[in-house]
Every structure is written in structure tokens, then in C-alpha cells.
Design a binder for this molecule. Structure first.
Ligand code: ADP
Length: 284
């Protein structure tokens, strides 16, 4: 699955990835049908993942505001057994959380074997919003910060953390929903214009929008430094929502298919048990 995948060789350039869907995008109807099929397959694969008990899957979502993280998560996982996945949204760390290292709160919410964990924002905020707003870094009680090196060090920590998880059976897949500045404006305006979307609007979102360029360069560095074979990033075009959802669902299904989770083998012992079960039930 290489469509939209960020290369692993550190040569990523943000301009190479478009917020627009690729040419020849299927029709709305075809996208809708495909999504329906993928959603069902994801459910079937999660069931096998649970039966297999070797792997967990972690899906990370990062994006600028209004790119559609929430609605994509809702649509893509709408068919999965609710017992089989869990979404965690990471906001500004609390004071108790700030008393730990920055990976602690995510480590505490990792999925167990058999489950899918979804991070709506994640440890990656630590090299995005924290990089763009130095006051967040200042609030982290760190013992001496070398501003020349801190981001490279954080990338190193994150790569090491994810490598460790991958070795221990966590399949990691990361989505950057790539929305354009123009489309973001349109969606933020619709939050103002449409009464039932008003609750989503926050004036503060405009502050981050005003720092678009700084965010884009933080995203570029993050994608370049942390897309690796064991934890790939996908730069998903986000200006067209139906396409975005299908693109995410395809990657999720492909990731689970590649794990090839299996139902446990049925040996002679289990066969005896089943036969015994039938005998007893029929005798009732
Ligand atoms: P969302 O915008 O994802 O719907 P919120 O409106 O609750 O959710 O926003 C969460 C906010 O928390 C975002 O502005 C995000 O940048 C911020 N945040 C998340 N992680 C951190 C962090 N480690 N340090 C500072 N701010 C963070």
C-alpha cells in the first residue's frame, strides 16, 4: 500500500503531496460503495485480530483544525465492533500529566492485543503545537532545554518508542489529513454560518491558522523524521471528504490484512470438546 505513503528515506517534501484527491478519482457513488465494503472488512479483520491475540493496531490522526479527524474516525470505524476499538483524544496536557515525560500519557492508552486504538491527536503534538508555541514547552518543567537540539531529540525518542512497540506486536499507522488553507477557511466559515455547527467554532482556532506556515514546516519535519517502515505516515488529501475517508479505510484494511491475523488452530483436543458439546446438547 504505497498510495499517499510518506517515504522512509527522510526526503519528504510537503509540496509533493497535494490536499486535492488524485486525478481520476472515482464517482461519489463508487466511493460510497467502496467505503461500505471496507468498513465491513475492517470489522471482520478486527474479529480475527482479537481471536489471534498477537497484535494490536494503533492508528494516529494529526491535522490542522477542520481537516475532518473526527468525522473520518467516525465513518471509517462505524462498522467495527465497539468492543474492538477505542478512541482517545489528546488535548492540552494537565498539570499531573506534565509531571511525567511526554510519552507517558500516550503509553498509558495504548491498545492491548486484539484491539484497535485510535489516537485523535497524539504524542506528535509535542513536535507540532509545542514547537510552534514555545510557551507550551516552557510549561513542561524540563531540566534545561537546548533549543538547537530538542526537536531532533524528540524525533529520536518517538522513533525509538514506536520501534519498540512495533517489535512487541503493535502495528502502527499514522494519518496526516492534509487540508489546504483555502478549504480550511471554507469549513471554518461554515461553522460560523450553519447554526448546528456553531458549537464547533473556537476563536482560538484562528490563532493556529494565522501560523499556517510555521505549522506546515513543523509537519514537514515531523513527517520526514518519523515516517518509517514500522510506523509509516500517510499524507491523505483532505480537501474532499469522501475521498479522504476511503483513502484512510483502504490503509486500515491493508494494514490489518498484512498482519494476516488468524483464528486459533482447531486441534484434536478442541474437536473432542466440540463433539462432546454436541452429544450433551442433543441428549437434553
Ligand atoms: P480538537 O481540536 O482535536 O477537536 P480540542 O478542541 O479539544 O480538540 O483541542 C485540543 C487542543 O489541545 C489542540 O489545540 C491541541 O493543539 C492541544 N494539544 C494537544 N496536545 C498538546 C500538547 N502536548 N501540548 C499542548 N497542546 C496540546
Amino acid at each position: 500500500m504505497t498510495a499517499h505513503r510518506v517515504p522512509f528515506d527522510g526526503r519528504f517534501s510537503i509540496g509533493d503531496f497535494s490536499p486535492d484527491p488524485p486525478d481520476g478519482m472515482p464517482s461519489r457513488k463508487a466511493l460510497g460503495d467502496e467505503l461500505g465494503g471496507l468498513v465491513d472488512e475492517l470489522d471482520a479483520l478486527q474479529q480475527r485480530l482479537f481471536a489471534d491475540q498477537r497484535f494490536a493496531v494503533l492508528a494516529v490522526f494529526q491535522a490542522m483544525d477542520a481537516a475532518g479527524k473526527d468525522s473520518t474516525i467516525r465513518k471509517v470505524f462505524s462498522g467495527v465492533n465497539p468492543a474492538g476499538f477505542r478512541v482517545h483524544a489528546f488535548g492540552r496536557p494537565s498539570e499531573p500529566e506534565l509531571r511525567h515525560d511526554f510519552l507517558q500519557r500516550v503509553a498509558a492508552r495504548l491498545p492491548e492485543r486484539g484491539k484497535i486504538g485510535i489516537f485523535n491527536r497524539s504524542h506528535y503534538e509535542e513536535v507540532l503545537v509545542v514547537r510552534v508555541h514555545p510557551e507550551f514547552l516552557a510549561a513542561q518543567h524540563l531540566p534545561g532545554v537546548d533549543r538547537q537540539r530538542i526537536w531532533a531529540e524528540r524525533f529520536e525518542s518517538i522513533r525509538g518508542f514506536e520501534r519498540h512497540l512495533a517489535r512487541n506486536g503493535v502495528a502502527i499507522v499514522k494519518f496526516w489529513l492534509n487540508i489546504s488553507r483555502k478549504e480550511q477557511k471554507k469549513r471554518l466559515l461554515s461553522r460560523i454560518d450553519e447554526a448546528d455547527k456553531n458549537w464547533k467554532f473556537r476563536l482560538g482556532d484562528l490563532d493556529d491558522r494565522a501560523r499556517w506556515k510555521e505549522f506546515q514546516s513543523a509537519y514537514e519535519a515531523m513527517l520526514r523524521e518519523t515516517s518509517r517502515e514500522w510506523a509509516p505516515w500517510y499524507a491523505i488529501p483532505a480537501d474532499d471528504k469522501p475521498y479522504m475517508r476511503v483513502a484512510v479505510a483502504r490503509v486500515m484494511v491493508e494494514t490489518l490484512r498484512n498482519l494476516d491475523p488468524r483464528f486459533p488452530k482447531f486441534g484434536p483436543e478442541q474437536r473432542r470438546e466440540v463433539a462432546e458439546g454436541r452429544r450433551r446438547l442433543e441428549k437434553e
